[in-house]
Design a protein around this ligand. Sequence first.
Ligand SMILES: *[C@@H]1O[C@H](CO)[C@@H](O)[C@H](O)[C@H]1NC(C)=O
Ligand SMILES: *[C@@H]1O[C@H](CO)[C@@H](O)[C@H](O)[C@H]1NC(C)=O
Length: 281
Amino acid sequence: MAPNLRKLTRAPKFIYKLLDSHVFRSQARTTTWMLLGGCLHLLLSTLLTPRLSAFLFLILLGGRLLKNHLIATKHLRNPELDAAIPHRFAASFQDRDASGAVIGASRNVTVLILGAKSSHPLGVFAPGVKELGAFMGEMMRDLNTRSAELGYLGGTNFTGAPNSGDENAQVGIIGYFKDMESLHAFAHSEVHRKGWGWWNKNGKQYPHLGIYHEAYDVPAHSWEAIYIQMAPTGLSACTVPGKEGVSMDMVTDARKWGRTSAQRMGRTDSAAVKTDMLYSE
Ligand SMILES: *[C@@H]1O[C@H](CO)[C@@H](O)[C@H](O)[C@H]1NC(C)=O
Ligand SMILES: *[C@@H]1O[C@H](CO)[C@@H](O)[C@H](O)[C@H]1NC(C)=O
């Protein structure tokens, strides 16, 4: 949201953070937001004058349209592209062979998909969501602050689209661990056990809340990833713990190396190279 609107109304920062949060935005249908906008206009028309209210609405809407137009026509910087890497890159553990070339998928990786959904008309404002969210937040903080110790490489949040007929979407994280032992150790760590204990005690009381996880223990040379004109995301947004606490990121230039799926997987046998089709040229 435009910061000048915040200054204009002098509302606390957290209100704008909340209004702009993706999860909050998806709590109501587009038409419901529009109806609320109509009501706001009615209210402002009586508090101010209909003309002044219309003027405020048009100025704000016009300002946003103008900004988007200037970005689209390249007269303004597109902040959404700030983190994007303008070429093809892959994710790798940065291990190299004797010739200095990157070895594709040189290590095992354990993938964790963790999701939660509130199937309640109140969405994220339903009973139990706050507590569940607090535990999730605490777990994420623990993972992010003790990542090297926990063997946690990183993760990316996601918001799913609602299933057809549903109002509410699921939210979750796709996280990466260096191995299954690390994931198990985390599952038995204090923070996770606290959350788990709360769920065991209270989960039944909130039948509208659903949680799940999936875990994949993927051996070396059985995964690959390619990104083109993206900001680092998923595995490429992870870091490789290095010597003496120095971490490297997993982003690996794939303009020359890693143009084929087989190379990114580190598979050099001829059968792998022959059947290779993904994104190769
Ligand atoms: C994902 O969401 C959690 C909880 O809101 C937050 O703590 C974490 O920083 C987010 N992670 C990323 C990669 O944005
Ligand atoms: C990688 O996974 C394989 C099984 O898929 C296992 O035999 C091997 O010990 C693992 N390597 C490491 C370094 O954990």
